[in-house]
Design a protein around this ligand. Structure first.
Ligand code: SF4
Length: 65
């Protein structure tokens, strides 16, 4: 799985960070999403998929590899 997040869409709601804190973070200055693990291990995949669903602006994109 590869994870990307579109900071142009992100509205800093923090849902992804709450759901998968090992994969997503937010920038100190503006709260925009930062992907801290773009290729998370299988144990994280369910949480990452949940984050994709929770994001209010569909900023998170997943590629299954
Ligand atoms: S859930 Fe979506 S809008 Fe909210 S911080 Fe994460 S990427 Fe940004």
């Amino acid at each position: 799985m590869k994870v990307t997040a579109d900071t142009g869409k992100c509205v800093s709601s923090g849902q992804c960070v709450l759901t998968a804190p090992d994969v997503f973070d937010q920038r100190e200055e503006d709260g925009l999403v930062v992907v801290i693990d773009a290729e998370p291990p299988p144990a994280q995949h369910a949480l990452v998929r949940e984050s994709e669903l929770q994001c209010p602006v569909a900023a998170i994109r997943l590629l299954d590899a």
